[in-house]
Design a protein around this ligand. Structure first.
Ligand code: G3P
Ligand code: MG
Length: 241
């Protein structure tokens, strides 16, 4: 099973910062999961919440700040003084670093309640501009969202990009999510994993990555199921021996 470090290795460093991403690499995670949104001046930045209150010394919504305003804030001290001064990364800054690593990547588009028009096109544009021709964008990266219209938009823009449908409820027909979005992966909360639909998905060539698996009990539930990967705040706990 593949392990993605959730928001970077967020148990060990402030989530969605370069400190968390470099920690994930140090811990030998297979991949990184991160969340993207757009600033007032149209820059794609990495952050989970639409508001910055929980993870910085600022207050308000990302859509109301310019990038230079956000760059003045401290996204590390809330976690530990050791990380004081940690900045909010732009996706482009992260991606330039990421290209030098062997990691897989899951980019989660955080549309809803704020809807960022054009975030899908801008995201693909950044990746295609920065990545060298030799980089395998289509097999190293999955773009996921709880906001399923974003997944349809990605496929309209470039059907070769892999996408993952996030869900946190048990649909009557799980595979219908794939039919609706043309996605390549199902990304359920682990509560909604069950061997029947997993079997059906895997036989249809659909991958399954589940969030967020943190405790030994959660891992014991997930491990016997035939899924592709997990997202974990503690990627080091599940290293293959
Ligand atoms: O992509 C998996 C997981 O990150 C989804 O939930 O709220 O942690 O972004 P959340
Ligand atoms: Mg996420």
């Amino acid at each position: 099973m593949i392990t993605y470090a959730h928001r970077g290795a967020r148990a060990y460093a402030p989530e969605n910062t370069m400190a968390a991403f470099t920690k994930a690499l140090d811990l030998k995670a297979d991949g990184i999961e991160l969340d993207v949104q757009t600033t007032k001046d149209g820059e794609i930045v990495i952050c989970h919440d639409h508001a910055i209150d929980r993870t910085s010394n600022g207050t308000g919504w990302i859509r109301d700040f310019t990038l230079s305003e956000l760059k003045k804030l401290d996204f590390g001290s809330w976690f530990d003084q050791h990380f004081a001064g940690e900045a909010m990364p732009t996706f482009a800054e992260f991606f330039a670093w990421y290209l030098k690593t062997p990691l897989l990547l899951n980019i989660e588009i955080k549309n809803g309640p704020v809807i960022y028009d054009n975030i899908e096109a801008e995201l693909l544009n950044i990746m295609k501009t920065i990545a060298p021709k030799s980089f395998d964008l289509y097999n190293r990266i999955i773009i996921s969202s709880f906001y399923h219209p974003s997944l349809c938009k990605i496929k309209e823009l470039d059907a070769q990009f892999k996408t993952g449908v996030l869900f946190s409820a048990r649909p009557v027909d799980v595979l219908s999510l794939i039919k609706q979005t043309n996605a390549d992966y199902l990304h359920p909360h682990w509560h909604y994993l069950d061997s029947d639909w997993i079997k059906e998905a895997r036989e249809a060539g659909i991958g399954v990555n589940s969030y967020t698996v943190n405790t030994p009990e959660e891992f014991a539930f997930v491990a016997p199921l035939n899924i592709t990967g997990i997202f974990s705040d503690y990627p080091d706990r599940w290293l293959k021996s």
